[in-house]
Design a protein around this ligand. Structure first.
Ligand code: BGC
Length: 384
């Protein structure tokens, strides 16, 4: 009976996740971060790339393709900015936040004029990575041809920007260099290098190699850190292994990093927080990061722990099968929750990226479910 209820929850969330993503995809291919949260009605390349990947993984290939075409068109629209930036950097002139490509666009693919901390390069790496995954899965070389100008522009952009401090994937700390941002750059450039044999794509491979060497030369106390040349932990460091493969899941530095994430950011019996000092809505447990740790566990052969995290995520859906961005809980920074609620309203729900990461992990788990271990884990979990 209990088992049936759990299965029900899983089915409901699977269906709701696919629907939420497909129904909210803009006619031009972009995904809004969240349809009901006014600050998030834009298309972030970061959220969008993982959302498109979830669509690819669940067989909604057309949706993924439409997103890739949208990004290509959008980046090409602003390729003049890359030319100008290149020449500014060559001349050694001072650059402004607005000289860089933004982290988010309107759903129609235009820049937004406001004071958002828009200079973030991780999403540009993530879209290249997603394109690589799409081509690998579909062998749709026609699409590759269509998006080649966008890929070339992105390679050019990342080559000139990867060493410049920028805002991180949480849109904070613009004066630092972030290890997980570099992981996205590495993942994107190395995926691009495999896509075609021409000079631009080869440049991507060479830079990917340099980025990886840079990351590895900044390991501290045996593990990776939130910022380059500083201590600190952040759950986005999981991306170094999954999916961007800067290192293997079982490399000593990754194992050490994951143990710090488990110690400092994983709530017992619950989900994963972003970083200890987080104050956004009190710094709660993020659905997408909980899925990420589950994804890492799966890849590291720790299936039962992955299953437990996914079951926790399933518990967090509301009656319509919607997942929030984060689940507030008792944290050191709870007093901040009210502050954010007053500023921006309740936590963003549904967040497409949360749904996407749930789908990615569920799908990966199903693909690996040899001999029905998933249902055995389910029973085992209930006995605890
Ligand atoms: C998060 C970003 C995310 C954006 C849209 C921000 O609060 O920090 O990672 O891209 O919301 O979902």
């Amino acid at each position: 009976m209990e088992n049936q209820k759990e299965e029900q929850k899983q089915k409901q969330l699977y269906r709701a996740s696919i629907n939420t993503i497909l129904e909210n995809q803009h006619s031009g291919g972009a995904f809004p971060a969240s349809p009901n949260y006014s600050t998030y009605q834009y298309a972030w390349l970061r959220d969008g790339s993982f959302t498109a990947y979830a669509m690819l993984k669940t067989g909604n290939t057309e949706s993924c393709k439409r997103f890739l075409l949208w990004v290509n068109k959008t980046i090409n629209r602003y390729s003049g900015k890359i030319d100008e930036l290149e020449s500014k950097i060559k001349k050694g002139s001072k650059t402004e936040n607005t000289d860089f490509l933004p982290a988010r666009y309107t759903l129609e693919g235009f820049e937004i004029e406001d004071d958002w901390p828009a200079f973030q390069i991780d999403g540009y790496g993530s879209w290249l990575w997603c394109t690589g995954e799409y081509i690998r899965a579909t062998r749709d070389y026609k699409l590759l041809q269509s998006v080649t100008p966008g890929i070339q522009n992105t390679i050019r952009y990342l080559i000139i920007t990867w060493q410049i401090p920028c805002y991180d994937c949480w849109e904070e700390y613009g004066e630092r260099i972030h290890t997980s941002t570099l992981a996205c750059v590495y993942g994107g450039l190395s995926a691009a290098a495999e896509l075609a044999e021409n000079e631009d794509f080869a440049k991507a491979g060479k830079t990917a190699y340099k980025v990886r060497r840079f990351i590895l030369s900044h390991i501290r106390d045996g593990g990776f850190t939130k910022f380059i040349n500083d201590d600190g932990i952040d759950a986005s460091l999981l991306w170094l292994a999954v999916p961007f493969k800067v290192v293997a899941v079982d490399s000593p530095a990754m194992v050490k990093t994951v143990s710090v994430i488990e110690e400092k950011l994983l709530v017992k019996g619950g989900g994963v927080k972003r970083y200890p000092e987080d104050t956004f809505y009190g710094g709660g447990q993020w659905i997408l990061l909980t899925c990420w740790l589950a994804w890492y566990y799966l890849m590291a052969g720790r299936g039962e722990e992955a299953y437990r995290l996914l079951a926790w995520v399933e518990e967090q859906q509301d009656e319509n099968g919607c997942l929030p961005e984060q689940v507030p809980g008792l944290t050191a920074n709870t007093s901040w929750m009210e502050e954010w609620r007053k500023r921006w309203g309740p936590v963003a729900t549904p967040l497409l990226w949360s749904h996407a990461m749930y789908l990615v992990v569920l799908q990966e788990m199903k693909e690996r479910d040899r001999g029905g271990v998933m249902s055995r884990w389910g029973k085992h979990r209930q006995q605890k």
